[in-house]
Write a protein that binds this ligand. Structure first.
Ligand code: ADP
Length: 293
């Protein structure tokens, strides 16, 4: 009897309690993610290459192709997905099964740290462990429901957030790598590819964004930032090249308004190119035997 009382009184240390909490979260991540057929991260080595624009519009494109889609903005310090998806300022609600993502006008479910901030201009000043915990909660506490695709927009570089996502989703479908057509971008984007390889995450392929500009007046193409770097890199790294998206002022204008150019002007050249890339990714992911580069 006395022994039993002693057992009841035994306290677990705060460290052990924290560890148990993390294990419980990870178990919930596995349960939630079992309802998501395909998980894809969108990465780049450098900021400003259009990674978030590509991630958001890939989500819209997959939704247009008939899939149930979610997008997780895992950029804690510079989240931009809510603005691009036109859901800035909205606040997710909660219920018995978790936090519900915001449903954008394109049928894409969105979650981002920005949607939880009192003031979206407030900076989030967090170190690694807090960021990792936030990402774990986005994957464990958010009720994404049944999804065909979950896109995860990673912040640029190879820091805490990519590492957390890669560790939490070891069986994801793979990484889409976005680069600009400059040598500088190529240099750092290779690091992102090597990180995926080291973490055993398949590289779905490389997209070269901001690749050339077609003058709307004369129709002439100018390679403002260069062209061909994505394809070169794909060959060097032995991964697929998915395609080139031109610089198109409408892409940026629409993003700023929270509208997708794919919906606003589906017959535009850049919209057609983009939909072609999305279809390619769908084919690769849904037919895993495709090893074509
Ligand atoms: P990143 O996520 O890599 O930092 P963003 O997606 O935020 O980059 O894009 C940076 C800026 O470039 C944004 O203003 C965006 O609208 C613009 N942009 C991205 N891709 C294109 C493109 N193909 N044509 C024109 N503007 C683009």
């Amino acid at each position: 009897m006395e022994n039993k009382n002693n057992m009841n009184e035994r306290r677990i240390s705060p460290q052990a309690a924290r560890m148990q909490e993390i294990l419980d979260d990870e178990k919930r991540v596995r349960e939630r993610m079992a309802k998501v057929k395909h998980k894809i991260i969108v990465m780049s080595g450098k900021g400003g290459v259009g990674k978030s624009t590509v991630a958001a519009n890939l989500a819209v494109a997959m939704s247009k192709l008939g899939s149930r889609v979610g997008i997780l903005d895992s950029d804690i310090h510079g989240p931009s997905i809510p603005k691009i998806m036109g859901v800035e300022g909205l606040r997710p609600s909660g219920g018995p099964t978790g936090i519900y993502p915001i449903l954008s006008g394109y049928g894409v479910r969105v979650i981002s740290i920005d949607l939880f901030l009192e003031n979206t201009e407030d900076p989030v000043i967090w170190r690694g462990p807090l960021k990792m915990s936030a990402i774990r909660q986005f994957l464990s506490d958010v009720d994404w429901g049944e999804l065909d695709y979950l896109f995860i927009d990673l912040p640029p570089g190879t820091g805490d957030e990519p590492l957390s996502v890669m560790q939490l989703l070891p069986n994801m479908d793979g990484a889409v790598i976005v680069t600009a057509p400059s040598d500088l971008s190529k240099h750092v984007v290779k690091k992102a590819i090597n990180m995926s390889i080291k973490m055993n995450i398949p590289v779905i392929g490389i997209i070269e964004n901001m690749s050339g500009f077609v003058c709307p007046n004369c129709g002439e193409k100018y390679d403002l930032l260069g062209s061909g770097v994505g394809k070169e890199m794909a060959e060097e790294m032995n991964v697929r090249f998915l395609g080139q998206i031109p610089i198109d002022p409408e892409i940026s204008k629409n993003s700023d308004k929270g509208v997708s150019f794919l919906i606003e002007d589906p017959n535009r050249e850049s919209s057609k190119i983009f939909m072609g890339i999305a279809q390619k990714i769908k084919n690769i992911v849904e037919n895993k035997n495709d090893s074509g580069k």
